[in-house]
Structures are given as structure tokens and as C-alpha cells.
Ligand binder design. Structure first.
Ligand code: NAP
Length: 283
């Protein structure tokens, strides 16, 4: 069997940043008042969330775009967060709004996500955006699955007629990814914590997606020879994803490494969608 192709998200994200920087420079040259901003909202003091937000802000800076850091205390109510989102919706310089998930549990996260204006929903979290994406409309997709689709497309992997198994059905990852792949004419099976005979389902798959949140959950012996492996998981303590890649990668025809596969594509997608939103506004 030939060597598997490494789906190198890190390199592709870097290429994307260079192209986006050029686009932002051109936009500012064309329109001196164009100063697009990505607003990031962090509620509470979860250190992992703070790190993710910081990474997103750093990426913004690298492409020459400003970020507006909104930090709210962990006691914030739904109403207070909604008021902040409405304020950002009304601010013309803000072209993208990112509400870092998860928010403290007294907040109705769904209501707050859905308050984000569709044209500023660059992280693809609203129900309206999800519905439109599922119907094949041109709308910003949830950043991680959209990043996975960009990576797959970049490497010329054709999903038409392929049997795909997505393990995980979260609203930000498994569920939208399944819809995106269905729209590319794959036959998609979505698995979750109540799925029976998971190993058998994965054995049939031409493409396997790990979006479970459990380190090395998907075993190498479940994977068909020559399958494509997309590992969306990342567990920094173990430095691994949701698939046992150490043993499974060699059986695959292509795989996303962990780290350096899906992760960098998530931020790259968020930034690309913010730049697109800015370009549409500051014509
Ligand atoms: P999540 O919201 O916790 O969802 C996990 C999903 O896995 C759920 O649908 C759950 O099923 C399913 N699941 C749990 N145990 C299972 C089992 N034993 N068998 C089959 N399915 C099972 O997680 P998430 O936010 O989607 O994230 C998933 C992974 O992706 C995590 O490792 C996370 O770190 C990673 N992630 C990475 C990025 C990135 O930028 N790279 C972004 C987002 C997430 P139920 O629905 O039945 O509970």
C-alpha cells in the first residue's frame, strides 16, 4: 500500500493567512475608512477558552485586522450578554462576532448565539445559518467543519458516493459537518453516544471523522484499509486526537495529523469568513 497523504492543515492555514493579508491590505487601500474588526466575547475565566480567544486575536493581527476584546464576568446574565451582542450588531466597524463556547451555565447560550446578526455570524453558530447551510445556501458555516471541508477540497478528495461515518453530533461540529458532506453527495452516517455496533459501522466507511472528545477513542482495527481519517479531536495533555492515529494512520489513504490538521483550519476559517464579511460591507 502506498504512503498515506498527510492533510496538512497547518501549511494550508499559513497559505490562507498570506492571501487574506493581501486582501485586507487591498481593501484598506481601496477604502481608507475600511477598518474591519472581529469582536471576540469571552464570558467568565475559563483558561482554555481564554487561550482559544487569544489565538483567534493573534491570527486576526497577522492578517492586519483588528480584534475587539470583550470580556464579561462569570456572573453575566443572558440579558446582559444579549445587550452586548446587540451593541456589536449595531456597530458598523464590527464585521464578525465570535462568542466563545462554552458560556457559564446560567446563560442561555442558544438564545445568545441566535442573537448574532447573520452577516456577522462568522463562526457559523446561529440556527438560521445552520438551516441555510443545510439547504445549500451560501452562508458562513461553523468554523471547524467548514475548515475540514476546505482541507478535503484542497487535497482533491471527492466525497461523491463515498460512505462517511461521522462520530459525534454536536451543533458546532458533527451535525454541520454531516450536512456539508451530504451536500457534497456523500452517504453520511452520524454516530453518537447511543449508537450500537459503532465498530461495524466504521469498518464500512470510506471516510471516518472523529468528533467525539475522547482521546484515541476510534481504534485502528475499526478502520478500513485505504480509508480517509479526519481527526477533529485535540487533547493537549495526551497530545492526541479522537482517533488512535499512531496505529491507524498507516492503514489510511490520507489523514489529518494531530496537532497540525483540523485545529489550524478552524481559526483560518474564522478569519477568512470575517475578511469575506468585511469585503462585502466595505466595497
Ligand atoms: P461535544 O459537544 O462534547 O460532542 C461530543 C459528541 O460525541 C456527542 O455528539 C456525543 O454523543 C458523542 N459521543 C460521546 N461519547 C461517545 C461514544 N462513546 N460513542 C459515540 N459517540 C460518543 O464535543 P465537540 O465540541 O463536538 O468536540 C468534539 C471533539 O472535537 C473534541 O475533541 C474537541 O476538542 C474537538 N474540537 C476541536 C476543534 C478544533 O478547532 N480543532 C473545535 C471544536 C471541537 P451524544 O450527542 O449522544 O452525547
Amino acid at each position: 500500500m502506498s504512503e498515506p497523504v498527510i492533510l496538512d492543515g497547518k501549511s494550508l492555514a499559513k497559505e490562507s493567512r498570506i492571501a487574506l493579508k493581501r486582501e485586507i491590505d487591498a481593501l484598506k487601500q481601496k477604502n481608507a475608512s475600511a477598518n474591519p474588526v472581529l469582536a471576540t466575547i469571552l464570558v467568565g475565566d475559563d483558561p482554555a477558552s481564554a487561550t482559544y480567544v487569544k489565538m483567534k486575536q493573534t491570527s486576526c493581527k497577522k492578517v492586519g485586522m483588528e480584534s475587539l476584546k470583550v470580556e464579561m464576568p462569570k456572573e453575566t446574565t443572558t440579558e446582559e450578554l444579549l445587550a452586548k451582542i446587540r451593541e456589536l450588531n449595531a456597530d458598523p466597524s464590527v464585521r464578525g462576532i465570535l462568542l466563545q463556547h462554552p458560556v457559564p451555565k446560567q446563560i442561555d447560550e442558544r438564545v445568545c448565539f441566535d442573537a448574532i446578526a447573520l452577516e456577522k455570524d462568522v463562526d457559523g453558530v446561529t440556527c438560521l445559518g445552520f438551516g441555510m447551510m443545510a439547504m445549500g445556501e451560501n452562508v458562513y458555516g461553523s468554523a471547524t467543519p467548514q475548515g475540514i471541508m476546505t482541507l478535503i477540497d484542497h487535497y482533491g478528495i471527492d466525497l461523491k458516493g463515498k460512505d462517511v461515518v461521522v462520530v459525534g453530533r454536536s451543533p458546532i461540529l458533527g451535525k454541520p459537518l454531516a450536512m456539508m458532506m451530504l451536500n457534497k453527495h456523500a452517504t453520511v452516517t452520524i454516530c453518537h453516544s447511543r449508537t450500537t455496533n459503532l465498530a461495524e459501522k466504521i469498518r464500512q466507511a470510506d471516510v471516518v471523522v472523529g468528533a467525539v472528545g475522547i482521546p484515541r477513542f476510534i481504534k485502528a482495527e475499526w478502520i478500513k484499509d485505504g480509508a480517509v481519517i479526519i481527526d477533529a479531536g485535540y487533547h493537549p495533555a495526551e497530545n492526541c486526537g479522537d482517533v488512535d492515529l499512531e496505529n491507524a494512520a498507516a492503514k489510511s489513504s490520507a489523514y489529518t495529523p494531530v496537532p497540525g490538521g483540523v485545529g489550524p483550519m478552524t481559526i483560518a476559517t474564522l478569519i477568512a469568513q470575517t475578511v469575506d464579511s468585511a469585503k462585502k460591507y466595505f466595497r
